[in-house]
Design a protein around this ligand. Sequence first.
Ligand SMILES: [Zn+2]
Length: 253
Amino acid sequence: MRIASLLVILLLGACQSVPITGRSQLQIMSEGAEASLGLSAFQDVLQKEKISTDTALNAMVTRVGSRIAVATGRTNYKWEFKVIENDKLANAFCLPGGKVAVYTGIMPFAKDEAGLAAVIGHEVAHAIARHGGERMSQQLLLEGVTLAAAVSVKDERKADLYATLLGVGATFGILLPYSRLHESEADRMGLIYMAKAGYDPRAARDLWVRMAAHDKAQGKPPEWLSTHPADEKRIRQIEQWLPEAASYYHPVR
Ligand SMILES: [Zn+2]
């Protein structure tokens, strides 16, 4: 189903606050509408991509993802976790509504279950914090158009752009990088989610250190890294948040 045709949304126009950080943000679209678009994009992606039949890997992604999902406390999300068979693509995403995909290519970076929890925790945090919705709302505000006007425009490229800004562009292979602010917020929230889920949050720092080392060695970042700069500043900031996250950490049995 075309995302564009689904952009028939109620105009709410409201300020929301981000869980954990409490930052206030503009959200024009309702969370339910966002979730419908997320679901539609997810179905498109699953149709296009090859789903992994690796039983052990699927079990691991579902286990880690489910624990992270519980840690977020979001029971109204229709959580789903899929592994996409593509060793060349080191990527992962969580669409609005709790639709998570992990590409097999990210596993060498994730390395183990705790590393995977760091990746999923971070992606889930973007969705819970509704960073895509915020980005789209800001763009609409900037353009001075209401969402209702935006969707009535017959320009499909424009509708695709809004879908991409919303963070459901996965269906046409585009996931835009988030701003530094959104990245930092997702890092902090992700650390807390993984800790609450029973994974040592220090694994997140180790993941970023591995990412940075790979970047240096290869000169060309993997997909996920190209939208997630693994620089010194990021690693230092994560280290500063570790004590906070550690207070939520109880190892899984
Ligand atoms: Zn991110």
